[in-house]
Write a protein that binds this ligand. Structure first.
Ligand code: FAD
Ligand code: NAD
Length: 461
């Protein structure tokens, strides 16, 4: 039986980062991961492969549609899908090997297999991995999430599948139906639309990206519609099945849709099956998430949980922050995550990014606010890039001017949001952002102008 100060179950961004931080702080650490490759959903079948395909497919669109605007004439552009998929796989392989290297370099012992909680005692918590038993003074559960099934929809891991299959279709579907206009639906829907598929997105709510600032998601819908995506809103999918050579998707009160592939992207559920929560009495919420307090402690002393398996947004960087804060809490007694300063990004083209509160949330909470907005169209760099779609929208407290929320639809929004996340973290006012010098000509000047606009002082309007 091997003893550790810290055992982390799950080798995703939450788990492996917690393991690294534990090792940095001098703990003896084990990381248990059931898959061969480390890196979790994010590296294997999530963030990284989807961004690789988003980048490649965008290059294809650029070559086939946009280069001529720049006076660059290319002929005979063709799609080599196998090469595109191979590139994605190569990137994934390299990064997952990188994580294995990091763990080794930091002296973290890696166990391959399903980790199951089997008991608690004076020494700590016992974790079984195959035939082996480990004991941890502290155990962090970082088992992540997997695709939520949809009643009536028979996933066949091929024609009717999830994001995992949609990252590897062997050929471009002629008609792809995406169920769910959330982040996955829009990112992967965009990939296949760019490569030539007709894409129909069915969304239960009456808007796309329901959690985001309404003004932003409404504009995003117009942009994606122009790009060729078709949205059917208020569409409750009741079933999907294989029929003949294709698939049929049933929508309540509407004509069934015929297509050749279906992507189910209606959210994800926490991974707790086989983890042995019952054996040690770890409590879960009604939604099946592991219940934790503000310090990531479960109801069982010495057992903690972080990442997708607990409450909060399902984001890799959120899981990482929690991993670090949880370990620091264990070792030093303090460690904190500011959930108001965690950015969320949709890596479409243009990108959509936000941090802090939406306008709807401020209204609902009765917080007085002022809005500053500025369009990319009025920015010199955006014109030079040919990327004039979208705007930056800042929300500041009406009395204190403190920045409460930032929402960006536009080129490189995912990079622009970093400045605004730091501003919120530091408790900056819109005046602070407006007075900071922003290099010219950069897209960041749109942020500065939006900050000036909070006080009606934008210069280039
Ligand atoms: P995971 O990454 O899910 O890792 C959990 C790990 O635990 C897995 O490797 C699993 O095999 C292992 N495990 C589970 N149970 C056990 C057990 N009992 N024993 C041993 N091992 C176990 N987020 C972003 O921030 N940016 C993005 O661009 C982004 N894109 C995404 C694209 C897609 C298609 C998907 C599906 C997700 C995306 N996400 C993105 C979400 C992101 O992947 C997750 O939020 C993140 O991976 C959560 O990290 P985690 O460590 O909590 O869990
Ligand atoms: P999501 O919660 O973002 O979107 C799911 C969508 O499906 C919602 O709009 C919901 O209203 C809709 N829906 C639910 N039931 C439906 C039904 N029966 N019929 C039609 N529509 C229905 O979930 P997702 O897109 O599956 O992504 C899962 C998680 O992965 C998200 O929490 C997200 O944070 C994470 N993720 C993040 C990124 C990123 O950060 N760029 C990328 C991909 C995934």
């Amino acid at each position: 039986m091997a003893n550790y100060d810290l055992i982390v179950i799950g080798g995703g961004p939450g788990g492996y980062v917690a393991a690294l931080r534990g090792a940095q702080l001098g703990l003896s650490v084990a990381c248990v991961e059931k898959e061969k490759r480390l890196g979790g959903t994010c590296l294997r079948v999530g963030c990284i492969p989807s961004k690789a395909l988003l980048e490649s497919s965008e290059r294809y669109v650029e070559a086939t549609q946009h280069l001529k605007e720049h006076g660059v004439v290319v002929g005979g552009v063709t799609l080599d899908l196998p090469a595109m998929l191979k590139r994605k796989d190569r990137i994934v392989r390299g990064l997952t090997q990188g994580v294995a290297g990091l763990l080794m370099k930091n002296g973290v012992t890696r166990y391959e297999g399903l980790g199951t909680l089997v008991g608690t005692g004076a020494e700590g918590t016992r974790v079984a991995v195959g035939d082996e038993e480990l004991v941890g003074k502290h155990v962090i559960l970082a088992t992540g999430s997997s695709v939520s099934p949809l009643r009536g929809v028979d996933l066949d891991a091929d024609w009717i599948g999830t994001s995992t299959e949609a990252l590897s279709y062997a050929e471009v579907p002629s008609h792809l139906v995406v169920i769910g206009a959330g982040v996955i639906g829009l990112e992967l829907g965009s990939v296949w639309a760019r490569l030539g598929s007709k894409v129909t997105v069915l969304e239960y709510m009456n808007r796309i990206l329901p959690g985001m600032d309404h003004e932003l998601s409404a504009q995003a819908q117009r942009v994606f519609t122009k790009q060729g995506l078709t949205f059917e809103l208020g569409a409750r999918v009741t079933g999907a099945r294989r029929e003949g050579e294709g698939c049929v998707v049933e929508v309540e009160g509407r004509e069934p849709l015929r297509c050749d592939r279906v992507l189910v992207a209606v959210g994800r559920k926490p991974n707790t099956e086989g983890l042995g929560l019952e054996a040690v009495g770890v409590a879960t919420t009604q939604r099946g998430q592991i219940e934790v307090d503000d310090h990531f402690c479960t109801n069982v002393p010495g057992i903690y949980a972080i990442g997708d398996v607990i409450r909060g947004p399902m984001l890799a960087h959120k899981a990482e922050e929690e991993g670090v804060a949880c370990v620091e809490q264990i070792v030093t007694g303090y460690g904190h995550v500011n959930y108001d300063a965690i950015p969320g990004i949709v890596y479409t083209h243009p990108e959509i990014a936000e941090v802090g509160k939406t306008e709807e949330q401020l209204k609902e909470a009765g917080i007085p606010y002022r809005v500053g907005k500025f369009p990319f169209l009025a920015n010199g760099r955006a014109r030079a890039l040919g990327e004039t779609e979208g705007f930056v929208k800042l929300l500041a407290h009406a009395e204190t001017d403190r920045l409460l929320g930032a929402h960006v639809l536009g080129a490189r929004a995912g990079d622009l949001i970093a400045e605004l996340a730091v501003s919120i973290e530091f408790g900056a006012s819109s005046e602070d952002v407006a007075r900071a010098s922003h290099a010219h000509p950069t897209l960041a000047e749109v942020v500065k102008e939006a900050a000036l606009a909070v006080d009606g002082r934008a210069l280039h309007v």
